[in-house]
Design a protein around this ligand. Structure first.
Ligand SMILES: *Cc1c(COP(=O)(O)O)cnc(C)c1O
Length: 365
């Protein structure tokens, strides 16, 4: 059988290895000049005009972002249930209540009407996820948040470079988190970057990541150690110079699949949106699990299911949502499958993916 096509493949080159070696040889490996440079370069590249604060994971970025925005016990934050568990977890870790709301079927992101219906006097903010690299409905959510006097935040973990109406994701919320985990569109090994709407939130983020200190041993607030190392920042700085080319390749791969797949629902892109295809996610309305298993067994092709269990059904988060029914979330969890779209795919791989999908959908018809 042909070689296995994996669903994700981080690309680490000689430049990354040389950058790590440079930091190691300097003898200064903890947060320092590489992190400071990475923060500047990340802002300039993705969200010009907003300060960035580097942390040691995307999850830490969400947690600290919410704390910096003043979220705490007694507050509610509206989140999707159809996402990675870190979204709801980070709200719960602040002591606030994650309020799970349904998604709309086309973009898989928060449904603005359902969000409007879920706002209560306790609602502190709304935390949409730009799932799979497609921007959430920020136009409607921005208007809604302003009208109802609640804050808007962003989980941009999967969406480096995505945009809506010419505005980059990461420029809408009080804060936005970008993950730098190896399978994301760019990596620092592990890590997260938080963009902030203003210097005050950025300063609180810097305090929270470093024991509440701005000046050594003058701890102002209770904080964490969530610092990024210079080793990780050095990797991230190199990846930043490559990510735009990778994104273009992801978009070209997606265009090929859009044009050639039959019998499945391909991912729509809303007008004015730039999709960066962290995942290329189709719907398989009948027997998704059988379809994914057959891709592997008959075509040696790895497809992912993100995410099979809605967060409000997870043992960890279900206690926040007793008896909750979210029909579009449940349907997406049953139907979605993500095909390989990463920049390492060859033309031959793309043709194999299209042939495999079309063979299976024809067989099932
Ligand atoms: C990856 C991811 C996170 C968490 O990021 P880590 O860097 O893995 O901690 C949060 N939210 C979403 C939607 C993600 O995909």
């Amino acid at each position: 059988m042909s070689e296995f096509i994996s669903p994700a493949k981080p690309i680490i080159g000689d430049e990354e290895r040389e950058a790590v070696d440079r930091v190691l040889r300097s003898g200064m490996v903890a947060q320092g000049p590489e992190v400071a440079a990475f923060e500047q370069e990340f802002s300039a590249h993705f969200v010009p005009g907003r300060p960035s604060v580097a942390v040691n994971s995307g999850t830490a970025g969400l947690h600290l972002g919410l704390l910096a925005a003043g979220v705490g016990p007694g507050d509610e934050v509206i989140v999707p249930s159809f996402t990675f568990a870190a979204t709801g977890n980070s709200v719960a870790l602040t002591g606030a209540t994650p309020v799970f709301v349904d998604i709309e079927p086309d973009t898989f992101s928060l449904d603005p009407e359902a969000v409007a219906a879920a706002i209560t006097p306790k609602t502190k903010g709304i935390l949409p996820v730009h799932l799979y690299g497609h921007p959430a409905r920020m136009r409607e959510l921005e208007v809604l948040a302003a009208a109802r006097g609640v804050a808007l935040y962003e989980d941009a973990a999967q969406a480096h470079g995505a945009a809506l109406d010419g505005r980059p994701v990461g420029s809408f919320g009080e804060f936005a988190m970008f993950s730098l985990y190896p399978t994301k569109n760019m990596t620092s090994g592990e890590g997260g970057m938080v963009t902030a709407a203003n210097e005050e939130i950025a300063r609180r983020l810097r305090l929270l990541r470093n024991q509440g200190m701005e000046r050594q041993y003058e701890n102002e607030i209770v904080g964490f150690n969530a610092r990024m190392t210079d080793i990780h920042a050095a990797i991230g700085r190199v990846q930043l110079t490559k990510v735009d080319a990778w994104t273009k390749t992801r978009q070209a791969n997606a265009a090929f699949l859009d044009a050639h797949l039959q019998g499945v629902v391909t991912p729509p892109v809303v007008e004015g949106a730039v999709h960066v295809y962290h995942q290329y996610t189709i719907r398989v309305p009948e027997d998704r699990d059988g379809f994914v298993a057959a891709l592997k067994a008959e075509h040696n092709l790895g497809a992912g299911v993100y995410y099979p269990i809605p967060n409000h059904r997870l043992p960890s988060l279900a206690p926040f949502a007793p008896g909750l029914e979210l029909p579009e979330t449940e349907r997406a969890a049953r139907e979605v499958a993500s095909l390989p779209v990463h920049p390492s795919l060859s033309q031959d791989d793309l043709e194999r993916i299209a042939t495999a999908v079309n063979t299976l959908t024809k067989a099932g018809a």
